[in-house]
Every structure is written in C-alpha cells, then in structure tokens.
Write a protein that binds this ligand. Structure first.
Ligand code: FE2
Length: 510
C-alpha cells in the first residue's frame, strides 16, 4: 500500500519513546518486528512486562512475547485499524483514528484462594511500578529490602507502602515498606525534606535512606521518588486538527437527567448551533462512566429513578447515543452506577446490554487506554476519588484535577485497598498507568475541572445529571452540562456549557 512506510515512521517514534521510559534501548531488528504487528504498543508493553533485567530489547524478547500472547477477550471491540491520510500542510504522515492500547480488566482471577489472588495482584503492581523507578540516579545503591543492614552507607529501596502511621510524641511518620524480599519500617522525620510529601497506603515509592548505626533503630528517609510522568517525553499529537469531546456521568434513567441540556449538546454535535465550525472538526466522543443511573446503587435510589428497569435504562442510553451523528466514534467505559461488577478494574458492558447501543459505540473496560489520532487517552471513571480525597491533605471534591496529578505521580489510579473502592484480585494490576497518557479523563465527582501536569491534559468531565437529594445530603454540588472539546493536534481545550440557552464557551485553556 503506498505510504505504508510513513505510518511506520510515526509508530517508530512512539515505540522508541515507550522503551526509553522503561530505561530500555530497542534494537533495530526488534523494532522492525514490532512494527509489523497489528498492535505494536500492546506487544511492547508485554515485552517490558517479561521483566528481563537487560537494558536492551532484542528480537528474541519480542518473539517470546508474541509466543505468549493470548487472543483478546470477547469484550475487545477495537475499530479496524483503518488508515486515513492526514492533510496538514507539509505533513505526509498517516495516522490511526483509533487504537486500543489496553483494557484494565484482564479476565477473571486465577485460582480460588482470595488471599493468594490479592498477593498476585500486589506483586504485579509492585513489579510494574518498580520498573519505572529502577535505574534512577536519585535512588543510588538500590537494594532488596532483605539485604539492608544497620551501619551500611547510603542505601535506596523501592517498596509498596503497607502502612503509614504517625509517632505519638513527635509526629514523625513511620512507613512500613514491602518488596519481594521482605519488609522494613522507615522513619520520615518532620524536619526531613521528604516530610511534606504525604504517603498513601498501597502506593509504590522509592526512598533514599540514611541507615542507623545501631541495630534496632529505624532508617531515616532522606528523599522520595515516585514513578511519575517523565518531565520530557515524546507526546502524541494528531497530524491535523481533529477534535474529541469528553463527557461523563450521563445517568440515563435518573429523574435528574438533564434532557434539555443533552438536547443542546446533540444540536451542537449535529452542527445546528452557533459553534458549527467547531462541531465539524469533532470525530470522537469519550464518556468516562456512569452511562446510566443503575438500580440499588444507594439507599432509596428508586425515588430518584424515571426508568426503574436497568435493561430499559440501557435501551434509553442507546436511543440517546443514536441522536448523535453516526460519523462520530463513541468510546464508553462503565462507572460504579453501571450494570457490571463494581470491583475495579471493571469489565466492559456485557454483550446483552451492548446490543442496545448503536454500532458506532465502542464499549471498553474501566479503565482503558487508547490512542485517538495518535493521542494517548487514559479513561477512568474515578471511584477512587472517594478514597483519595480524604487521604490526601488539602484535597477536595471541588478540585479533582489535584488528585489526578497525584494519580499520575503514583502512576496508579486507585492504590488504596480495603476502603470504598473495591479492587478485583486480577493477575495483572490493570489500574497501573502505563504508558503515560497525553490525556487523563475521569468523572464520578460530577464537577468540571481541567488542568495540565507535565504535558498531560487532565479532565474531570462534568455530568448530565442535576443535583440529587442524595448528593445534597453529602454536600456535593455538581457542575453539570459541560463538554470538554479538545483539539488533538495541539491539546488545546475549549469548554462548552450546555445549560439551558445557547451553548456558551466558558474559557479556553491553551
Ligand atoms: Fe456519577
């Protein structure tokens, strides 16, 4: 096919950058082999997950990853990798309109023993995040926890934070860190440069330690490293101006669904409004969960429901989405109100419910990572806000993007186990953020927020439900009917307010 090698050039850059993030150099032959694969980014991730200590990626490693590949599950419905020419001035690259990179949900847990299954999950988390920390100059003399001895010189360890406590007298922090080899208590003194950092249970951190001379005294933390998003990295951008709209929390079936505002959004997307030029450039819509209101999600929810049957709610969702122009590709993930298992990662909607949705809807797991015109999007509903906001000093429901920064620093969407976010004990931790996205979109808190962190656009994508009695009781004030319209060639953002009246631009962030 003419121009095929030009597609390859765009992907090549992406893959080299991905391996660089993992401190690996990819050999020419290995790169060539990856580029011939249908989903090269997914295979690359699997190569990294093999856990070879070598700083190189060889042809043999790629072949091994390919031999181990399992066919994708029945829930994966990626758009065919159709190629469209880009028409930007002087830009001859071709790009994929939509590529699924990974779904967080990776099939049911292996084995029946819950304790062993959770232990596998946490080992997977540790390995995935430790890989991002290893090799950093800040973590000098990095060692397994079991080999740390009193009286040694400066030493670093990477640990999963099992417990955080404060000393009674002097209010120093004491962390219990675990790795594959053992467990260690370390002290974060109040006067330490690491003290202003808060530590969350079950996140993975690297710490530089000053070890005590006498056995029995705690090692002191002198510096903390988080997996984080690299300061400089290759960013994904569309070759010409194309736009995507980010929405969340439709809550179809609720009495409080904002039907009029939704109607204005539909008119806008159909080009029947004052922003028709903007609408014409949109070809993707992403919805970050709570597609319907569900049933039995909170006490006495039935009083708030206009449609009390969950199957009927999805039928209505299908009708509402069918109002949008057929040319749009609509990507949806479930949320805690949707009719799938509430433990995260959540699988995509079951086939019976998906059947009610138009053919241009791609139903994915929560969370999912995909590329739209080369821009990598991580879509996560955001249930973990309920755990992270109380746990992070100064965090609030009104500013979810601050918490999203912390998610990126941890490279994990929902680390805390045993609180309000149920975690599924899957063999692979699908809540690890890898690769680092260009856009992170969440919902759940029914507000609207946009910010940027190290080049990543953070969006908390509003809601199409007015305030409910339950939210009033919990003091949650929604910011509904906002749509985030993102130019995928620049990541510039236009926010539109579809509250009754004309759609209004409510500020643009460059
Ligand atoms: Fe919601």
């Amino acid at each position: 096919m003419p121009g095929e090698h030009l597609v390859v050039e765009g992907l090549r850059e992406h893959l080299v950058a991905y391996f660089e993030q993992h401190h690996r150099l990819v050999e020419a032959g290995a790169l060539q082999l990856l580029l011939t694969q249908h989903q090269p980014l997914i295979v690359s991730r699997e190569v990294v997950e093999q856990g070879d200590a070598s700083p190189f990626v060889t042809v043999e490693m790629v072949e091994r990853a390919l031999a181990l590949r399992t066919p994708p599950g029945p829930t994966v419905r990626a758009t065919p990798a159709e190629l469209r020419p880009s028409a930007g001035p002087g830009d001859v690259r071709l790009e994929l309109p939509f590529e699924l990179i990974r779904e967080g949900f990776g099939g049911p847990p292996v084995g029946a023993d819950a304790l062993a299954a959770y232990s596998t999950l946490f080992q997977s988390r540790y390995r995935a995040l430790a890989r991002l920390l290893r090799g950093r100059p800040e973590l000098s003399n990095l060692r397994p926890i079991a080999s740390v001895r009193a009286g040694d010189g400066p030493t670093s360890v990477i640990g999963l934070v099992r417990e955080v406590r404060t000393t009674a007298k002097r209010h120093h922090l004491v962390l219990t860190l675990d790795d594959d080899s053992g467990s260690l208590e370390v002290l974060v003194p109040q006067e330490s440069p690491a003290a202003p950092a808060s530590f969350l249970p079950d996140e993975v951190v690297g710490v530089r330690l000053q070890l005590a001379r006498e056995p029995g005294r705690l090692a002191r933390v002198v510096a903390v490293e988080r997996p984080d998003v690299p300061v400089s990295r290759a960013v994904g951008r569309a070759g010409r101006r194309r736009r995507a709209v980010f929405l969340s929390d439709l809550h179809i079936g609720s009495r409080s669904f904002l039907s009029d505002s939704w109607g204005h959004l539909v008119d806008f997307l159909r080009g029947q409004g004052p922003q028709a030029e903007l609408a014409a450039e949109i070809d993707h819509v992403v919805v970050a969960g709570d597609l319907v209101d569900g049933i039995g999600v909170y006490p006495q929810q039935e009083r708030d429901l206009a449609i009390a049957d969950v199957v009927e709610q999805y039928a209505e969702l299908g009708r509402r989405l069918a109002e949008l122009p057929e040319r749009l590709s609509i990507v949806v993930v479930p949320g805690n109100h949707d009719a799938v298992c509430p433990a995260e990662p959540q699988p995509a909607l079951p086939a019976a419910l998906r059947a009610a949705l138009p053919a241009n809807v791609h139903s994915l797991a929560n969370p999912s990572t995909f590329a739209i015109h080369g821009v990598v999007v991580e879509a996560y509903h955001g249930r973990s806000f309920d755990d992270l906001i109380p746990a992070i000093p100064g965090a609030s429901y009104a500013r979810p993007t601050d918490v999203m920064k912390r998610m990126l620093q941890m490279r994990h969407l929902a680390p805390i186990y045993g609180d309000r976010t149920p975690l599924a004990p899957l063999a692979r931790d699908g809540l690890v953020v890898d690769p680092a996205p260009d856009i992170l979109v969440t919902g759940h808190v029914h507000t609207y927020g946009a910010d940027r962190y190290r080049g990543v656009l953070l969006l908390n994508a509003s809601t199409w439900q007015a305030e409910t009695e339950y939210q009033r009781m919990r003091n949650i004030s929604p910011v509904p009917a906002r749509a985030a319209v993102v130019d995928l060639s620049t990541l510039d953002l236009v926010t539109l307010d579809f509250s009754p009246g004309e759609p209004v631009r409510v500020g643009a962030a460059g």
